[in-house]
Design a protein around this ligand. Structure first.
Ligand SMILES: [Fe+2]
Ligand SMILES: [Fe+2]
Length: 229
């Protein structure tokens, strides 16, 4: 895949977050951000339902469900923004702001698609019935799509805040996984044609999951940056 200038910058930022000090410095300014009540209630519903079905601790199966669900806000924003642009052909300032948000969504969509495809590949040996494997992730993805879409229509800030909270949860889960399973993950390879096409070549699963953790933190912070852009 040919990388755009934005993707090259994104990959550079991702790699810089492998350094623990850089990670802390990048994370800290948004740690204290306080989202509104509606995003907090919706994220509590999504996260506690996930914990109930897949357990509190990270696992390949849980990551697969998280990734199926986590990619839909970006698709939802692209869709709602495309609709909203219909009403601002004569408002160049508004059209520009919407196009910038769409650019962020589009890059994040590609990134999250890579996550779900590679994680599904790694999770292929985890046993689960059709309900936990397929039905619940798709049902929650459907709900999350419409939460994100409707919130963006009514109050874009709330839609970004909901994403901030879900991405924060994903970041915490990947961080915990890296902490608990570092030795095992460093011995496991990652062979994925999709990841090769995407342009990442981690030496092992530790490096892969660390890059995904970094992606989620960038998505988390970028969601709040979108509010003021
Ligand atoms: Fe992700
Ligand atoms: Fe993400």
């Amino acid at each position: 895949m040919e990388l755009t200038r934005e993707q090259v910058d994104f990959e550079r930022l991702n790699r810089s977050l492998n350094d623990e000090t850089s990670l802390k410095d990048y994370k800290a300014p948004y740690d204290a951000y306080c989202p509104g009540l509606v995003p907090r209630l919706l994220s509590a519903f999504l996260i506690s339902s996930g914990n109930l079905v897949y357990g509190r601790e990270p696992s390949y199966l849980k990551f697969r469900a998280i990734e199926v669900i986590a990619r839909v806000p970006y698709q939802s924003w692209s869709s709602v923004i495309y609709t909203l642009q219909t009403f601002c052909y004569t408002n160049e300032k508004r059209a520009l702001a919407l196009s910038r948000a769409a650019q962020f969504s589009s890059a994040a969509e590609e990134n999250e698609t890579m996550h779900v495809i590679v994680v599904s590949h790694l999770a292929r040996d985890e046993r689960a019935g059709v309900i936990r494997h397929t039905v619940i992730p798709l049902l929650f993805a459907f709900m999350y799509f419409w939460f994100s879409y409707l919130l963006y229509l009514v109050r874009p800030r709330s839609s970004f805040e909901l994403n901030y909270l879900f991405e924060d949860h994903a970041f915490e889960q990947y961080s915990r996984f890296l902490e608990l399973s570092r030795d095992t993950l460093e011995k496991k390879p990652v062979q994925s044609a999709f990841l090769d096409w995407y342009g990442r070549s981690p030496a092992n699963q530790f490096e892969f999951f660390r890059s995904v953790r970094n992606d989620e933190l960038i998505h988390r912070n970028s969601s709040i940056q979108q509010i003021s852009s």
